[in-house]
Design a protein around this ligand. Structure first.
Ligand SMILES: Cc1cc2nc3c(=O)[nH]c(=O)nc-3n(C[C@H](O)[C@H](O)[C@H](O)COP(=O)(O)OP(=O)(O)OC[C@H]3O[C@@H](n4cnc5c(N)ncnc54)[C@H](O)[C@@H]3O)c2cc1C
Length: 279
């Protein structure tokens, strides 16, 4: 029979995890869908589970001079309502699930689930999010793009927990998240797009582009972005079709029940064009 463990502190959780291979549950909104069993109740977990959403060390949002730190088990809805949350992340969370799911679902859960359609991953890649990860014996920090290694694959040891998400405070001139799904809410993305730009004295000082649901994980290429730093806004716009052509080879979507690859590719590149047009 599957056992459940509810730790009373992070230290208790990490000690228990060092001795026993538990499956972590935060809001449970991904886990319950993945392990639901139409024939029987309760849910058909294959491994003992540890419930971590109640741990105060994994909650809260702290604003420092240069960073914002979000607890991995902070519910999406609280992140949406917090004044320190970057607007780009708020705009993204507003497009995720429904308020009821957002009250339970967490940012840490969305990251660890590592779905190619995980919406928060797109702005988090764009903002170079760092993750703090703890085990009983060490704390490490890793860039989100090194943490997610493939479809539902992450670089997390069985004795580790994601504790925090750390974001640089960046004042973009313009930052946009666009999601294309079958309906406005409670819909998994067919594709998503985020763009951000910082303009000073008509010069492009920062230019970032990320696409979701069009490859095994988020598509972001800083080596393309940096080619347009210190160009004027007019030069950037004149290069629109060239920029689209540079991303074309990296947009490699699949056909599935939500959409087909031609549609995903065409609409993703159109969202890039629209973003450049509106700078
Ligand atoms: C109706 C519905 C609509 C949805 N709509 C969207 C949507 O629009 N966009 C979207 O991106 N997602 C959507 N989701 C998916 C889900 O709600 C989100 O991915 C949510 O953020 C998951 O968080 P959670 O806390 O519920 O994760 P859980 O289900 O608790 O966990 C998910 C995975 O993360 C691991 N995990 C959780 N926390 C940690 C941690 N701190 N450290 C290490 N591992 C951890 C778990 O072991 C598990 O493998 C939807 C789900 C439902 C049911």
């Amino acid at each position: 029979m599957v056992e459940g463990y509810i730790p009373t502190s992070l230290s208790d959780a990490l000690t228990e995890l060092a001795n026993h291979p538990y499956r972590l549950v935060a809001g449970g909104t991904d886990m319950l869908v993945q392990h639901h069993n139409l024939k029987t109740l309760p849910i058909n977990f294959k491994q003992d589970v540890m419930y971590i959403a109640n741990l105060s060390e994994l909650q809260g949002i702290q604003e420092e001079e240069e960073f914002i730190t979000i607890g991995a088990c902070e519910p999406l809805e609280s992140i949406l309502e917090h004044p320190a949350t970057p607007k780009l992340l708020k705009d993204t969370i507003l497009e995720m699930a429904s308020p009821a799911i957002r009250h339970a679902g967490t940012l840490g859960g969305n990251i660890a689930n590592a779905s190619p359609a995980g919406d928060s991953l797109v702005p988090l890649y764009l903002m170079n999010a760092m993750l703090e990860i703890q085990s009983k014996d060490r704390t490490r920090r890793v860039d989100i793009k090194e943490f997610i290694t493939g479809v539902r694959k992450i670089a997390l040891e069985p004795n580790e927990i994601i504790t925090k998400i750390i974001l640089d405070k960046i004042d973009f001139t313009k930052a946009t998240f666009r999601k294309v799904g079958p309906r406005r809410s409670d819909a998994i993305s067919k594709l998503s797009f985020a763009g951000a730009v910082t303009i000073q004295d008509n010069l492009v000082m920062d230019f970032r582009i990320a696409f979701g649901s069009v490859n095994i994980t988020v598509v972001r290429h800083p080596e393309i972005e940096c080619q347009f730093i210190t160009k004027t806004v007019q030069e950037l716009k004149q290069n629109k079709e060239h920029i689209v052509s540079l991303y074309r080879e990296y947009i490699r979507p699949i056909d599935d029940q939500r959409s087909n690859k031609e549609y995903r590719k065409q609409v993703s590149l159109n969202l890039l064009r629209q973003f450049i047009d509106t700078i």
